[in-house]
Design a binder for this molecule. Structure first.
Ligand code: PLP
Length: 367
């Protein structure tokens, strides 16, 4: 069986370095809010080319805390609207509703699966305060267009970079393409911890300080509380392991690109639509997502032939029970995407033999 993603093998590449990093933390006697997190924040900010990075507990919290900080700073208030793509992973939308803000769904482009910037302006009202583009599957959104609209209407731009560590848009790295950015270090992400983790990056000093305080019970000075905060911190063990993995992320991206380019060049099947790449060097291929009208049949055929695939994502956010109020609304492009997408195996440890076998099996598929 060719697995969709062999996480054990991914981390085994760095086994000795990871064990050394963990041992250092164990022996230090200091497990939360220490040197490892501080160093990781510096290194991750440098990687994203931003002034600040703040470690938090997970990617959802990163997005929640950005919006919460804007509320504490008086830039947003309950009932304000945030524009978000209708085909994203649910966390992007949860972060908005969790803050008593209103998610306004905008359809993606059918070719890139990214927020369609030409459909944003018609959804802007006097309550709109932010755009939350999601660099879905590892490719950055049309940031020039999005930032221009944001400037025109005085909106904040909050990147959801949970799937796009290391991706570029033109000459700038994701995490540095808007006002603030949320990252996830969930184990399966391109930069994965061995547990939960997340970070916010920004160049805005006030925002960075507010998020830091909010994530630590709203406390700047021990036992003195500025805000009704939460506990959302990146612990020392995860930070130490992320420092190891950050050193290797650029090589891992290269390996993913090699597989993706092989797929793009060699998958030839008239019933399958390949992903469209806006600028080749941007994409970090968190997922390699193909599309076909007979998706469920293809998935079964591949499984019968020993190839595991996944669907990102089977049910559109507006069809979820959690968002009952949207269940009768229509987002035809999202619905088509959710019905037709299939993610092929891709990772830094996937062999060329496996990649070739996947391509040959797909090319033999008949509807
Ligand atoms: C994974 C993911 C998140 C949430 O990150 P967690 O660390 O799992 O909380 C948010 N947005 C997108 C697009 C994601 O893929």
């Amino acid at each position: 069986m060719i697995p969709f993603l062999d996480l054990k093998a991914v981390n085994a590449q760095y086994r000795d370095e990871l064990i050394e990093a963990c041992t250092k933390v164990i022996d230090s006697g200091w497990y939360v809010q220490g040197k490892e997190c501080q160093e990781f924040e510096k290194e991750f900010a440098a990687h994203c080319e931003t002034k600040y990075a703040i470690g938090v507990a997970n990617g959802l919290d990163a997005l929640i805390l950005i919006l919460r900080a804007y509320k504490e700073l008086g830039i947003m208030k309950d009932g304000d609207e945030v524009i978000v793509p209708s085909n994203t992973y649910i966390a992007s939308i949860l972060a908005i509703s969790e803050n008593n803000l209103v998610p306004i769904l905008v359809e993606p482009d059918i070719n890139t699966y990214l927020l369609n910037s030409s459909k944003i302006e018609e959804k802007i009202t006097s309550k709109t305060k932010a755009i939350l583009p999601v660099h879905l599957y590892g490719q950055t959104c049309d940031m020039d267009d999005i930032n221009e609209i944001a400037k025109k209407y005085n909106l904040k731009v909050i990147e959801d970079s949970a799937q796009s560590h290391g991706a570029y848009y033109k000459n700038k790295r994701c995490g540095n393409l808007g006002d603030a950015s949320g990252f996830s270090f969930y184990p399966g992400k391109n930069l994965g911890a061995l547990g939960d983790g997340g970070a916010v990056t920004t160049n805005d000093e006030d925002l960075a300080n507010t998020i830091k305080v909010l994530g630590n019970y709203g406390s700047q000075k021990k036992y003195e509380n500025l805000y009704k905060g939460v506990n959302s911190r990146l612990d020392e063990m995860q930070a130490a392991m992320l420092r190891v993995k950050l050193r290797h992320i650029d090589e891992e991206i290269k390996k993913r690109r090699k597989i993706a380019n092989y797929y793009l060049k060699n998958i030839k099947n008239e019933n399958i639509v390949l992903p469209s790449v806006r600028v080749e060097d941007n994409h970090v291929w968190h997922l390699f997502v193909i599309r076909t009208e007979k998706r469920d049949k293809l998935q079964k055929y591949l499984l019968d032939n020993g190839i595991q695939t996944l669907i990102h994502y089977p049910l559109a956010p507006h069809k979820q029970e959690a968002y009952k109020e949207w269940n009768n609304e229509s987002f035809p492009i999202s619905e088509k995407i959710h019905d037709e997408v299939l993610s092929l195996p891709i990772s830094a440890v996937q062999t060329m033999d496996d990649t070739i076998e996947i391509v040959e099996t797909i090319n033999k598929w008949k509807i």
